[in-house]
Design a protein around this ligand. Structure first.
Ligand code: FES
Length: 159
């Protein structure tokens, strides 16, 4: 009989999720960085009522995304890496850049293009004011993975 089993509680997050902090604290801080599951440095940020999570170091050269500005480009919210101003969409982790329409036509006309997903984005869930991250376990390599090794972790921790 299954009568002794208690029904799943809606306040219990799935096992694969990792506690980040209280939502009110994250909202107040705006950004929080955390080593998740002992293996991944993640940035969780709050912008315009939404929570986002992504690898903490920029896919280009490991820049500290927690210090990046949030701006909209081509109607898409991006974090702008403080190191070389690469633009990364918050929701998908796509690298955006401005391409020139036709270099022989002046004035130059530019338009936004995507390099595809470059930054690993993680899933954020909220249960009763607690914020959790589920690591994105897509096995396909994403460029920001390069900056998730022990080497970068210790380098950056030493400052
Ligand atoms: Fe982020 Fe270069 S490290 S733009």
């Amino acid at each position: 009989s299954s009568s002794s089993l208690s029904p799943p509680s809606s306040s219990t997050p799935p096992l694969s999720t990792h506690f980040i902090g209280r939502k009110e604290d994250i909202v107040k801080a705006g950004r929080v960085t955390k080593l998740v599951n002992g293996c991944r440095d993640v940035l969780v940020l709050h912008h315009d009522g939404q929570l986002y999570a992504m690898d903490m170091r920029c896919y280009h050269a490991g820049g500290a995304l927690e210090h990046g500005d949030i701006e909209e480009f081509n109607g898409r919210l991006c974090i702008v890496c403080p190191w070389h101003k690469y633009k990364i969409t918050l929701a998908e982790g796509e690298g955006l850049y401005q391409a020139v329409d036709n270099p022989t036509v002046k004035p130059l006309r530019t338009y936004w293009r995507s390099k595809g997903v470059k930054q690993r984005i993680h899933k954020v869930t909220e249960v009763n004011g607690d914020v959790y991250v589920t690591l994105n376990d897509l096995s396909e390599a994403i460029e920001s993975d390069n900056y998730q090794t022990e080497k970068y972790r210790s380098v950056f921790l030493k400052g």
